[in-house]
Design a binder for this molecule. Structure first.
Ligand SMILES: Nc1ncnc2c1ncn2[C@@H]1O[C@H](COP(=O)(O)OP(=O)(O)OP(=O)(O)O)[C@@H](O)[C@H]1O
Ligand SMILES: Nc1ncnc2c1ncn2[C@@H]1O[C@H](COP(=O)(O)OP(=O)(O)OP(=O)(O)O)[C@@H](O)[C@H]1O
Ligand SMILES: [Mg+2]
Ligand SMILES: [Mg+2]
Lengths: 221, 181, 181, 221
């Protein structure tokens, strides 16, 4: 599993749709002061579920939407998408417990898999395994992948409209923030994971208290 | 769980402070260590000191001594020494649990040329674990990248992405002969 | 006293945000301002908002808008923009009350080449007010110095001063052909 | 009035006596990471009366004394001296009030002038001005200089011994921290003045609260 693309549209200073592909092992981002490099880092944190506007250097969450410039009017929406290659890693069968009876609208309930694959997973179910009696749990079979979704490509998107409406989507289907968190559980990827070092914060791990450092080590466990 | 934390802690300890650990690689010698330490907790208003060997209750202390020096604590390290120690610790955590990508925003800002060079080669050495997105103003770090993206504001206030080759990044940091490839 | 503060505040305001002020010099345009703002104080447990025009009671707010941009607050500025705004404010305070020397420790760390150049020329322009001691890793800043001192640790752990000419500072930051002049 | 020299001996990593002369308008300090550049800034803050060891990046004040290295044993004392050129700025006469009856040992009492110049100042006194009756105040005449001491060169030194004894000296005569503060009153020079920007703290003035910023402006007033 690897990150293949980042797309920003209307996010901070990226008024136009802008794509960054990551086909190489080390990709450098350069440019003059104030031109938008750290806004890219904010975009990655935001799509992964960052909820504090202060940690995105703004006052309110609306501040992430392109606010206009000398020659442009403000955008109506900010959108950021992370695209992952999610090939089959090996063919061993993995039994996954699906949470089918989510309390929200079923078409939004995503859990570990995007809704259409729930149908797919259920079909595989009847072929091969006996469902545990009672309760909502179902067990499905699928090939092992980096992200627990049965799809070769996984797109994670977050949108925010000027009226304050906020959405999360996995493979173009709406879901909850919890679903995004579940998706990345145990991968080391997250809005405040150790794998994102913000500008000026390289020493943060050294300057943290022994308890805070412990939390970082726990994340890696 | 307790065992899992214990395992991860041991791996990080070895990767960071071991004889072939990241600290010695980045500093060309010296000694470093991560240690469990007792924490002071407040339970029912009483101050209680936890037992440092209790894996689930203790804090983590970092000790770093560059070659030939005996700083009493990491607060005495210089700006560049702190950045290098932090990078060594980050890479050690990474080894125990790599994530598929890592973003580094001007992590080399406080480094001199020689340390910038070492930082770049450590990033290269880790490409078998992960992919890196590195934001930098240092030419030496740019040279270690497989691909460079330039971000400019040709139109004031609006960021635009341009593809850049290393030789196009001018001495004054501006991006020359931009192409929108 | 009230008058004295008022005078100094006016001078700094003009020097920082005026049409020929430091901010516009460093950014080649844009708009900046320092403003008095009401503070919230607690008097006898009651929250009281001071009157912003009361010179002795108000706080100071900084507004900075680089050319063509409309950041809602200084927290939205980039790393380099913040450093340049801080330098502009420092130099404005300096003008209203110069001190005979000023020490700047790697103030140019977050700056790109073009801004490092502007920073160096602002320092030069202020030598009629004060003398500067500038610690830096940037070659461009070194070029603006009248004299360079190298500090090395030939003997591990012990700092030594050597005299250095600009051309002796190697590409890798090390100091070559040192002389103890 | 200008800073002409800084001398460190046994201060942090400067085990040997080291002098930096400042005859030029802009003096650059360069060198690899960790070799002692920021220790020079700590030295300037310390000699001007800095009392917090944390702000000198140590745990206790003793941490400023050279702690030894691979080949050297620790020093017994740390000493830093700032030397100022203090020429006559113009010949206008300035009337200064001297605090002659300090509660400490008179030979340490320095106030605005080093003790031997107190004698000198008093001699001038009898020639030309009538002392106000009663009280300890005396009025002296002297030519105007940048620092209120009648000497062409002013050396300010601070020492700390391993046993914890700490001393301040002006022109080689011991004095109090208060005397150092008085000496630099209204000059913009001080341990936490706006004229010393530490490493990593350039943004401090922007990130400070409106009240803290006010304190910086007041200092310039
Ligand atoms: N919502 C928004 N709409 C438009 N512009 C924005 C928005 N939010 C932030 N900006 C602008 O983005 C700029 C900051 O960009 P960023 O921090 O990414 O710069 P940078 O390339 O990292 O620069 P440096 O090299 O100095 O760190 C600021 O000038 C700010 O005004
Ligand atoms: N009392 C002391 N005795 C000996 N060495 C000391 C003492 N206090 C600090 N040091 C050493 O001084 C070094 C730090 O020096 P300093 O912070 O001045 O480096 P620097 O030249 O500013 O480096 P950088 O370019 O990374 O900022 C540390 O390695 C520290 O161990
Ligand atoms: Mg940035
Ligand atoms: Mg330093």
């Amino acid at each position: 599993m690897r990150l293949s693309k980042l797309t920003l549209h209307g996010f901070k200073s990226f008024a136009d749709r802008t794509e960054f592909t990551f086909d190489d092992a080390v990709v450098g981002v350069v440019g003059p002061n104030g031109c938008g490099k750290s806004n890219i880092v904010d975009a990655v944190k935001w799509v992964l579920g960052e909820r504090s506007s202060k940690s995105l250097r703004g006052k309110e969450m609306i501040d992430v939407i392109f606010a206009g410039s000398a020659g442009r009017s403000p955008s109506g929406m900010a959108s950021v998408t992370l695209t992952f290659d999610n090939p089959v890693e090996d063919d061993s069968v993995e039994m996954v417990e699906l949470d089918l009876a989510s309390d929200e609208d079923p078409s939004l309930a995503c859990g570990d898999v995007a809704p259409e694959s729930i149908g797919q997973a259920a079909a595989e179910l009847s072929e091969d395994a006996s469902a545990p009696q009672g309760g909502n749990a179902a067990v499905a079979k699928r090939r092992r992948r980096g992200l627990p979704i049965d799809a070769d490509e996984v797109e994670v998107e977050r949108r925010l409209y000027r009226d304050g409406t906020s959405q999360y989507l996995i493979n173009a289907r709406r879901c909850r923030l919890k679903d995004i968190r579940n998706l990345f559980l145990d991968t080391g990827i997250g809005a405040d994971a150790y794998s994102i070092i913000e500008q000026g914060k390289v020493d943060a791990m050294l300057l943290a208290s022994p308890l805070e450092r412990r939390a970082i080590f726990e994340e890696a466990a | 769980s307790r065992e899992r934390f214990g395992e991860v802690f041991e791996t990080i300890r070895e990767e960071f402070g071991g004889p072939n650990g990241m600290f010695r690689k980045l500093f060309g010698g010296g000694r470093a260590e991560v240690r469990l330490m007792p924490l002071v907790k407040e339970i029912d208003g009483q101050k209680v000191v936890t037992d440092e060997t209790d894996l689930l209750e203790s804090g983590i202390e970092v000790i770093a001594k560059p070659p030939g020096k005996e700083p009493r604590s990491i607060s005495q390290l210089s700006g560049g020494e702190k950045s290098m120690t932090a990078v060594a610790l980050l890479m050690s955590i990474f080894k125990s649990k790599p994530s598929c990508f890592c973003v580094l925003d001007e992590v080399d800002a406080a480094l001199d040329e020689a340390n910038t060079e070492r930082f770049g080669s450590v990033v290269r050495a880790f490409t078998s674990f992960s992919h890196f997105i590195v934001i930098t103003h240092h030419k030496r770090t740019m040279q270690q990248c497989d691909r460079l993206y330039g971000v400019t504001m040709q139109e004031r206030g609006v960021s635009k992405r341009v593809s850049v080759r290393f030789d196009q990044v001018g001495a004054d940091g501006q991006i020359q002969n931009q192409s929108n490839a």
